[in-house]
Design a protein around this ligand. Structure first.
Ligand SMILES: O=C(O)CCC(=O)C(=O)O
Ligand SMILES: [Fe+2]
Length: 222
């Protein structure tokens, strides 16, 4: 293995990744700490702070193409899509690519690509209950959320609440969005919401997708 590849793989812990994917396979979601190297978390937080300071974030919309709208009653946050133009973004995209391969190997999902955005919730920001992909749309298949705020405490609000299934009586799990914590979820199966944050709250959210044009899983084994 050459040095470049070694350097890239240092950004995440493979055994934590394998355990996370196992949790995803068993339960449809998992919450892990220490998947990404703390230096990458700090770099992402720094980059988002710079984007905020320079006014590069835009109010987040809700819904898919065609039905897109700014829906302040559903979501209050600002975002910016990754464009891969910085080293930090590329480091995370490299990790996402390695996770894509590992998830496909374990779950046979035919994940094809990855899209990703920075999210900044202001004080009072929130995101009402939603699914990241509507059932049957077959676009976003696995979701990842990465938390960036060091020292976040439960009483700061901004808890991510997820439902373990789409059934009415599903159990819930509450996640304190601490720096370095990561949530993986099946996009069509795990409803979730962000409770109002009492302080500015920062995250990256990304989605592995199947082929967007046809909505079909590509079989890369042939
Ligand atoms: O900020 C979070 O914890 C979740 C974000 C989210 O659900 C989304 O962007 O779809
Ligand atoms: Fe979501």
């Amino acid at each position: 293995m050459n040095e470049l590849v070694e350097a890239e793989t240092d950004d995440f812990d493979r055994s934590v990744g394998d355990a996370a994917i196992e949790g995803l396979a068993r339960k449809g979601y998992c919450v892990v700490d220490d998947l990404l190297h703390p230096d990458l978390i700090r770099s992402l937080a720094g980059e988002l702070a710079g984007l905020e300071a320079s006014g590069a974030l835009a109010a987040a919309a809700v819904g898919r193409e065609g039905g897109r709208r700014q829906a302040a009653e559903i979501r209050r946050a600002a975002i910016r899509w990754f464009d891969g133009s910085t080293t930090t973004e590329r480091r995370l995209l490299d990790v996402a690519e390695q996770l894509r391969i590992a998830i496909n190997r374990r779950l046979f999902l035919g994940l094809f690509d990855f899209e990703c955005n920075f999210i900044a919730y202001p004080t009072g920001g929130f995101y009402g209950r939603h699914l990241d992909s509507l059932s049957g749309a077959r676009n976003r298949v696995v979701s990842m959320v990465i938390y960036l705020d060091a020292g976040w405490q439960a009483n700061y609000g901004g808890i991510l609440r997820l439902w373990e299934t789409t059934e009415e009586d599903a159990g819930t799990v509450e996640v304190v969005p601490q720096a370095g914590r990561i949530v993986l979820m099946m996009s069509e199966e795990i409803p979730h919401e962000v409770l109002p944050a009492h302080r500015p709250r920062h995250a990256v959210a990304g989605w592995w997708r199947v082929n967007a044009s046809t909505g079909q899983r590509l079989d890369t084994s042939r």
